[in-house]
Ligand binder design. Structure first.
Ligand code: TIU
Length: 220
């Protein structure tokens, strides 16, 4: 076990059974003209996390530990998009509508692709998910169990929506979860701070929180 200094106490990282999960580092969330912007958000905030996410990915690749990428997106016929999700909100542009990066949050469109700095390598699993959580309506649990994974390190966007939902789903399934605090970001700084606090509260009710530097030094 590798002991990673973390909140609320050191995270016991199992080097033989750990994977990195990079949540939804897609153009639709971090670039103008996508889903995040259609919801009225300042998407530039999210771009600040890209260097840390990229470094974290490189750390895992150097160790030859699995790196799993997720994308929130829907089938072109929107058959996996519940009416509740399609209809939510009052903005002009909705999921499936055309935009500057193609149809919003639709698989295969430019906006649904992962930003270049965090792009998957050939062979790295890319999990397309129709929900906020990575376990809903995906085969990711069987895939992780097949790889023998018991420990998950989380990064990506946004902290309180898809990262937190996925981490809670993973925690309920028995995975030991750590989120890397500077490799995740939110459109709302106070939501990010509150999310990281509530994950680690009650002695790690959802899991652990650590900065990238703590992980980097523990792995060195
Ligand atoms: N809106 C928002 O903060 N997030 C999402 O809709 N999806 C993800 O977090 N990926």
């Amino acid at each position: 076990m590798i002991s990673v200094p973390a909140d609320p106490y050191p995270y016991p990282l199992d080097p033989d059974h750990v994977a990195l999960v990079v949540i939804d580092m897609q153009r639709d969330f971090v670039e103008p003209g996508g889903f995040g912007a259609a919801l009225g958000n300042d998407v530039t905030r999210l771009q600040s996390a890209i260097p840390a996410v990229a470094e974290l990915i490189a750390l895992f690749r150097a160790k030859r530990w699995p790196v799993v990428h997720t994308r929130e997106c829907h089938a072109p016929d929107l058959g996996d998009l519940p009416p509740s999700k399609r209809g939510r909100g009052r903005g002009a542009a909705r999921i499936g509508d055309p935009g500057p990066m193609g149809r919003i949050l639709v698989r295969g469109e430019p906006g649904a692709e992962i930003v270049a700095d965090c792009a998957p390598l050939p062979g790295e699993p890319v999990v397309d998910k129709p929900g906020k959580g990575m376990f809903h309506a995906t085969g990711v649990e069987a895939m992780l169990r097949g790889l023998g994974v018991t420990h998950l390190v989380f990064a990506g966007v946004t902290t309180e929506v898809c990262v937190q939902t996925s981490m809670r789903e993973a925690n309920d399934r028995g995975f030991e979860c750590l989120v890397v605090s500077d490799a995740t970001e939110s459109y709302f700084p106070d939501f990010k701070a509150a999310t990281l606090r509530m994950i680690a509260a009650q002695d790690g009710i959802v899991g652990w929180v650590a900065p990238l530097a703590a992980l980097r030094e523990a792995l060195a």
